[in-house]
Design a protein around this ligand. Structure first.
Ligand SMILES: Cc1cc2nc3c(=O)[nH]c(=O)nc-3n(C[C@H](O)[C@H](O)[C@H](O)COP(=O)(O)OP(=O)(O)OC[C@H]3O[C@@H](n4cnc5c(N)ncnc54)[C@H](O)[C@@H]3O)c2cc1C
Length: 383
């Protein structure tokens, strides 16, 4: 058999999982290349711990070099074009041909889409901004903190609410909570629309119980310093923490792959795109739910989808039947402070609506969140 060239774009949850699965399942004659512009991996959840001074960025970061020892050709480069017609991808250094391609390039938070979003506002999803913000939090003694979702979709939908509850916990421990107002806002009609009104009431109840305000239907028109100007309302915050709208990388939109809105359209069971042999997984795709919303953008789903895409490729290459399919089951952690967390868990692709529940907060679920990071950091990069 002539070896196949399998190229994976992006070294995040999806790309790493796909590369490892493929390397584990295919004989060495098949070449597996992973291209990522940063050459490093860090989970989004670490940004929230950095925000409240729990652990460092470095502790949660791993080089993709470890994947090389497994026989994966890791290239640190920026992909500048995907050409399905010639079946090549281009980087600044090379043109890389493929027989199979997995696009796992993620979603980009885009503060530039929010007029006026400048250095006085902080992007909760940018590790550099969080590093800049953490010292401000350490010295913050009184005033108003606003955590504002500024557009949808955005990854890990509970994260802004987690951040609010983690800040609540921090200021309580510092004896400053009475002097610090913590507000949250979103343009959506409820905190996590995809999980339904009952689950949202529960999550919004966790906020209310901690004295954190929650304002739905708040569209952000522009930002001025740390002031948010909305559609008919203005909020003057002392500290503005934003979650900007997200978009797929431009090269994905320009690739000619069929899109769903702005995101890559895939068959939700197999992660196959409109082009034979090209798959897309993770935050870069949009998978509709039965209640006409979209599957949340979360690492747990990127991982599960990557396993499916890899198994589809293995089955094509080795001519094996019955590969795995993606079933939409998963969970998202919601840390509530005080060493406790809850999770939204269930079948997100169930009909007529996601069949998910919010578990009662516990120290055990918090530990699961800690283990979620630790097990991946300790196993993914070691041969
Ligand atoms: C604050 C926060 C908390 C979160 N908490 C959780 C959680 O508890 N559980 C959970 O499941 N998910 C969580 N998430 C969401 C999770 O991080 C994402 O859903 C996940 O990273 C998506 O994986 P992915 O592989 O699709 O994309 P990513 O992990 O974003 O990977 C994309 C990769 O593509 C690379 N790339 C992009 N463009 C190019 C290019 N042109 N050339 C080369 N490389 C490129 C990037 O460098 C990146 O490494 C959280 C996210 C945030 C921000």
């Amino acid at each position: 058999m002539v070896g196949k060239k399998i190229v994976i774009l992006g070294g995040g949850f999806g790309g790493i999982t796909a590369a490892r699965e493929l390397r584990g399942a295919l004989p060495a004659e098949h070449h597996i290349t992973l291209i990522d512009r940063s050459g490093r991996f860090m989970m989004g959840l670490r940004k929230l711990w950095m925000l409240v001074g729990r652990g460092t960025r470095q502790e949660g970061t791993r080089s993709l070099d470890g994947l090389r020892e497994m026989g994966i050709d890791v290239r640190v480069a920026t992909v500048s074009a995907i050409d399905p017609r010639t079946r090549t991808v281009r980087t600044e250094a090379a043109s890389v041909p493929f027989d199979y391609l997995i696009v796992a390039l993620g979603a980009e938070p885009r503060p530039d889409l929010v007029p006026g979003f400048g250095p006085q506002a902080f992007n909760l999803y940018d590790p550099d901004d969080v590093e800049r913000l953490a010292p401000r939090i350490r010295t913050f003694r009184e005033g108003r903190i606003l955590i504002a979702v500024m557009g949808v979709p955005y990854k890990c939908p509970p994260a802004p609410y987690e951040a609010a509850m983690m800040l609540d916990d921090l200021f309580r421990k510092r004896g400053l909570r009475d002097a610090v107002q913590i507000d949250t806002s979103t343009p959506q009609p409820m905190s996590l629309p995809v999980v339904g009104a009952t689950n949202c009431t529960q999550v919004e109840g966790y906020l209310a119980a901690r004295g954190i305000s929650f304002s739905p239907n708040r569209k952000v028109m522009k930002v001025d310093g740390s002031t948010v100007i909305g559609d008919g309302n203005t909020v003057n915050a002392d500290l503005l923490i934003g979650v900007p709208p997200h978009r797929p990388p431009a090269i994905v939109r320009e690739s000619g792959l069929t899109l769903r809105g702005e995101w890559v359209a895939v068959d939700s069971a197999t992660l196959r795109t409109s082009v034979e042999g090209i798959f897309a997984v993770g935050d870069v795709v949009e998978i509709p739910t039965a209640n006409a919303m979209a599957l949340p953008k979360a690492g747990i789903f990127a991982e599960a989808q990557a396993r499916v895409a890899a198994s589809q490729i293995v089955s094509d290459v080795l001519r094996r039947p019955a590969p795995a399919v993606f079933d939409g089951r998963g969970y998202c952690f919601i840390e509530v402070g005080g060493g406790q967390a809850t999770m939204v868990q269930g079948d997100f692709l169930a009909a007529p609506a996601p069949a998910v529940q919010v578990a009662p907060p516990s120290a055990q679920i918090y530990q699961q969140k800690v283990d979620f990071e630790q097990t991946r950091l300790s196993t993914w990069f070691a041969p």
